[in-house]
Design a protein around this ligand. Structure first.
Ligand SMILES: Nc1ncnc2c1ncn2[C@@H]1O[C@H](COP(=O)(O)OP(=O)(O)OP(=O)(O)O)[C@@H](O)[C@H]1O
Ligand SMILES: [Mg+2]
Length: 413
């Protein structure tokens, strides 16, 4: 299937650019075993280049396939020239187009840090990346959607990891693409989206940049945007799956879509109604919501991720118990991954000081502690609510004398 394999034995003698291209084809085709249209295209060009530069290794082995003209050329060569003809020449290729080269360089950068192979695509234009699949239920579906050109909307409570999922896990790790984020609010301006004049002259909008450069556009907290401003996304997001689609910036200049453009939005609630729990959310037009139709994912709290981040079962289970109590008592509050991270960092600092026994000049109870993080969280409730919550988590038993310090950290309570 891949003809460049015939140069396998001498590829290491080629110039850097050629070797790099060979490795790209090798990686894209999983060691030349999988048909991949981009790899096949590259394979064809690379083989043509090598055939031209050094001739097929078979020919050089002196079999009798050569035609007469070639024989004559050989005869005309001096011994040194003849020897050097058999040796691969170290000349850079002219056969690869600048565009294809660029595309492959991007693919190669994305592929360089390959870890265990879990995600595989054989669709056109799609990068195959190795990564350990995150413990998010719909992860594969989300990546598939973006690859297919669908816009994705992630909905979930505060601090469930939506932004991290969009920017880091999906855009960066799974797709190997850069992202550009618009933090949406009622103050988000058209300039930030489609460009406009600023104090320093014209600035290009983030939608335009993502569109032409092939970035993943992250619309963080999309439901918070003014619905009129949100209308500026409608045209582009209707064309996410159309190759070479064109949009216009504020100066009416046209921009053709880069094939890597993708869009993920996040939000706390599905924005089809005014929200009570998240006051700043706006009801959005149905036409905008339709741009994400079929690709809306609800991101729930995820104990597996939480426990991995907290690295400490005891801390996690106290936080989880507290969160359970808040939910059970139906108080309007969240206990997020962000809080857990904060509490964990406080705990590690506290325990370090506790073990040092004041030798570093700070007593363990003076600084930030796990207890102070929990107290701070509880201080945001009313007196009655606080009493109820403390009861539910056995606050006195765990916290009043810092008893949690003596609990084993790897045991669930
Ligand atoms: N899979 C993960 N691995 C490591 N850290 C994570 C992971 N998911 C989230 N985090 C961390 O948890 C915290 C909360 O995540 P994030 O900001 O993505 O939540 P969010 O759902 O976007 O919150 P909000 O609704 O408030 O915007 C961040 O500090 C983030 O770095
Ligand atoms: Mg967020």
């Amino acid at each position: 299937m891949y003809s460049v394999v015939k140069y396998k034995g001498i590829i290491d003698l080629q110039d850097d650019a050629t070797m790099k291209r060979y490795r790209m084809v090798e990686q894209l085709s999983k060691g030349f075993t999988v048909a991949n249209s981009t790899a096949l295209e590259m394979d064809k060009l690379l083989t043509e280049q090598l055939d031209m530069e050094i001739g097929s290794p078979d020919e050089d082995n002196g079999n009798d396939q050569r035609n007469e003209d070639e024989e004559n050329v050989h005869k005309a060569l001096t011994p040194t020239q003849s020897a050097s003809r058999k040796k691969p020449k170290l000349v850079p290729s002219l056969a690869i187009s600048a565009n294809l080269e660029k595309e492959f360089r991007e693919l190669f950068v994305a592929l360089k840090d390959q870890k265990p192979q879990v995600i595989r695509y054989e669709l056109p234009q799609v990068v195959t990346l190795g990564l350990e699949k995150p413990e998010v239920d719909a992860f594969q579906q989300i990546v598939d959607d973006l690859v297919l050109g669908s816009n994705v909307l992630l909905i979930g409570g505060a601090g469930t990891g939506k932004t991290y999922l969009a920017e880091v896990l999906v855009a960066h790790q799974a797709l190997g693409r850069q992202h550009i984020t618009i933090n949406c609010s009622q103050w988000t301006s058209p300039t930030e989206i489609i460009g406009g004049q600023s104090m320093d002259g014209y600035v290009e909008g983030k939608l335009i940049e993502a569109w032409r450069q092939g970035y993943v556009l992250v619309l963080d907290e999309l439901p918070k945007i003014d619905p009129n401003t949100a209308g500026l996304f409608n045209d582009a997001l209707a064309k996410s799956r159309i190759s070479n689609a064109v949009i216009f910036n504020a100066r009416k200049e046209s921009f053709t879509k880069h094939s890597n453009f993708a869009c993920i939005a996040t939000g706390n609630v599905y924005p089809n109604k005014d929200s009570m729990a998240y006051g700043a959310n706006n009801k959005q037009d149905l036409s905008l919501l339709d741009r994400f139709s079929g690709s809306v994912y609800f991101i729930e709290k995820n104990p597996k991720i939480e426990r991995r981040i907290v690295q400490n079962d005891m801390l996690w289970s106290i936080c989880d118990k507290l969160r359970g109590a808040v939910e059970e008592l139906k108080y309007e509050a969240q206990l997020s991954l962000r809080f857990m991270q904060n509490a964990k960092d406080a705990y590690f600092l506290e325990m370090q000081r506790y073990k040092n026994n004041g030798r570093d000049g700070v007593k363990s109870d003076e600084g930030k502690t796990f207890k102070s993080a929990i107290d701070s969280y509880l201080s945001t409730f009313t007196d009655v609510q606080r009493v109820n919550l403390k009861q539910k988590i056995d606050y006195t038993g765990l916290f009043s004398l810092y008893q949690y310090r003596s609990l084993p950290i790897n045991k669930m309570m």
